[in-house]
Design a protein around this ligand. Structure first.
Ligand SMILES: [Zn+2]
Length: 225
């Protein structure tokens, strides 16, 4: 597990294995956004940055984000989300819920598409949002039974309507701009309409990859993880 890396004022990226987690530190408390696959103790990593009370919020329920929940007594997540491998107490939060860290507020937005209950954490004052697996320069997993192309497109519109120009991503480069969100919206419409050609998947991952000419797109898995 790598050490925490400071990305900007009050924001760190921690790498607890297979996906990035982000730590936001306010004046009173901190918020850990996702927890990695559970290799190494993500909470110890957090403690290299801050001694303040820390809550864990999960952008969605996939195991590469929830594994580190075992180091916490309770977690927060979206209302509709199914969580994999979480034994901690689960607090459900709906659209508009605010995590007030003292001098810094993160608001919950429902952004379904990758999974039915994916959420973003939006910091309006800083002009940024943490978007889990919904925004990435890498192919985004589209899993049968969980993906919804129309909801994905609506979620991209929702993100584009924010006063935000940085979107923090759990896979691939840690921060994307509005251009990536626009490209993903376009790619999702092309995929939905059957206008993207499948390319053979690579590496250890299952599924064919569908990329738009902008180079963004989806890894399509026809079974549930
Ligand atoms: Zn995921």
């Amino acid at each position: 597990m790598d050490n925490a890396v400071k990305l900007e004022e009050g924001v760190w990226r921690v790498d607890p294995g297979m996906s990035a987690a982000f730590l936001v530190v306010g004046e009173e408390s901190a918020l850990l956004i996702d927890a990695g696959v559970g290799q190494g103790n993500v909470l110890e990593n957090v403690r290299t940055v801050t001694d303040k009370p820390v809550r864990l919020v999960l952008t969605h329920g996939h195991g590469d984000h929830t594994g580190g929940a075992k180091y916490f007594d309770e977690v927060w997540c979206g209302e509709k989300e199914q969580l994999q491998n979480v034994e901690a107490k689960v607090n459900r939060v709906s659209e508009g819920f605010e995590f007030d860290l003292g001098g810094r507020v993160l608001r919950v937005l429902d952004i379904p598409g990758h999974t039915p209950g994916s959420i973003a954490l939006y910091d309006e004052a800083a002009g940024l949002a943490f978007t889990g697996d919904m925004v990435s320069a890498n192919p985004i997993f589209f899993i049968a039974g969980e993906r919804n192309e129309d909801e994905f497109i609506a979620s991209m519109d929702k993100l584009l309507a924010l006063r935000a120009d940085r979107f923090f991503c759990a896979h691939g480069q840690p921060v994307c701009g509005r251009d990536t969100v626009e490209k993903l919206k376009k790619a999702a419409a092309l995929f939905r309409d059957g206008k993207l050609e499948p390319q053979k998947g690579d590496g250890p991952f299952p599924g064919a990859v569908y990329l738009s000419e902008d180079g963004v797109g989806f890894r399509v898995v026809e079974f549930k993880k």
